[in-house]
Write a protein that binds this ligand. Structure first.
Ligand code: TXA
Ligand code: MG
Length: 330
């Protein structure tokens, strides 16, 4: 199929909305990463998302809305905690998991009795969703397993010819996917960490929130051996920032015949080796992370990343880095 490249003007937004209602796929910007949108009320459209991405169908999708009232049409039950989050936190880079209504297909939820709902903070995302007039399922708009796209050009790299249209909006300013907060059980759980932290949720709810995805404990867990966010070349991850250690590792790779690159916090410390700045604040690191992996995989054949932040947001970034490196922690 020939993919249309659409702009943020009312004619193109109208067309994007029409395409969604006709059951076509439209990629669109959000503040976290670009999403691959489909009409959540059209099972055939939703199913085609899995095909376009090459995504396993046992991984459920997030339903995106532009207006809070839609949440009540999608969720069967909005608990007092959920209401606080909806009222006080949304729109945000946050997805809430709530019990689903029967109108939400098993194809979206992979057979679960719950549904993930997100109201993005990006104005462009909400504008597109408003033109769509229906709730929109959207996974990240990358081929399954690849780093998530944070610009429309990266969506084009993966999805040209596979989707009806790509809305050419702004680059994403958060850069990693939304926090997934499960409010469907007895205790609030963060299933995927993001820029909205457990502490922020705890302040709103006045109770503790458990983070299930602790990247440090997952390093040794057998369940996370699959690669996600992976560049095309091998990648190693260091958590110490130790210049001597990284230098020795790099030099060892060179001896083996690799052309590696160090993606590090202090690129100036590595002499004339191949270096690339990972960023000096959590915000910078997150915003550029997936783009950096896509840039470096084209020029080098081994990426050695180093990241040391211990903040809550830093832990969310680390979660992506550990997966991108396929748990190859040095
Ligand atoms: O920032 C984001 O969330 C982006 C943008 C496009 O909004 N979307 C995104 O979608 O990251 P995706 O499909 O790449 O990730 C969806 C995550 C997966 O980890 C999935 O397992 C989880 O949400 N999820 C979806 N429905 C769920 C449910 N009912 N229960 C638990 N987890 C769920
Ligand atoms: Mg994804």
């Amino acid at each position: 199929m020939e993919t249309k490249y659409l702009q943020f003007n009312s004619a193109d937004l109208s067309l994007a909305g029409e395409l969604i209602r006709q059951g076509e796929l439209v990629a669109f910007p959000t503040e976290t990463v670009y999403g691959l949108g489909a009409n959540a009320l059209d099972v055939r459209a939703v199913s085609s998302t899995y095909v376009a991405k090459g995504r396993p169908s046992d991984n459920p999708l997030i339903v995106h809305v532009w207006d809070k009232s839609q949440i009540y049409e999608i969720a069967r039950e909005v608990s007092a905690d959920a209401e606080k989050i909806v009222d006080q936190v949304m729109p945000a880079s946050l997805t809430v998991v709530l019990p689903k209504r029967d109108t939400i297909s098993d194809v979206i939820t992979a057979g679960l009795d719950t549904v993930a709902i997100r109201m993005p903070s990006s104005v462009q995302a909400r504008e597109f969703l408003r033109y769509a007039q229906v709730p929109v399922t959207a996974p990240s708009a990358n081929l399954s397993g690849r780093p998530s796209p944070t610009s429309w050009q990266r969506v084009r790299d993966d999805m040209d010819g596979r989707v009806a249209a790509i809305l050419c909006g702004e680059d994403c300013n958060v850069g990693i996917e939304s926090t997934v907060l499960d409010l469907s059980g007895a205790h609030p759980l963060i299933l995927r960490p993001g820029v909205v932290t457990a502490q922020q949720i705890e302040q709103v709810l006045g109770k503790s929130v458990e983070v299930v995805t602790n990247p440090k404990s997952k390093v040794n867990s057998p369940g996370v051996r699959y690669r996600h966010y992976a560049p095309k070349v091998p990648m190693a991850l260091d958590l110490s920032g130790d210049v001597a250690k990284l230098t020795a590792y790099y030099d060892g790779l060179v001896k083996q015949g690799f052309t590696p690159v160090l993606l590090v916090e202090q690129p100036q410390s590595y002499g004339n080796r191949n270096v690339y700045p990972i960023g000096s604040t959590d915000e910078q690191v997150a915003q550029a992370l997936f783009e950096n992996l896509r840039i470096l995989e084209e020029k080098y054949d081994y990426i050695v990343a180093s990241f040391t932040s211990n903040t809550a947001f830093g832990q969310s970034i680390l979660n992506r880095l550990v997966r991108a490196a396929g748990n190859n922690i040095i």
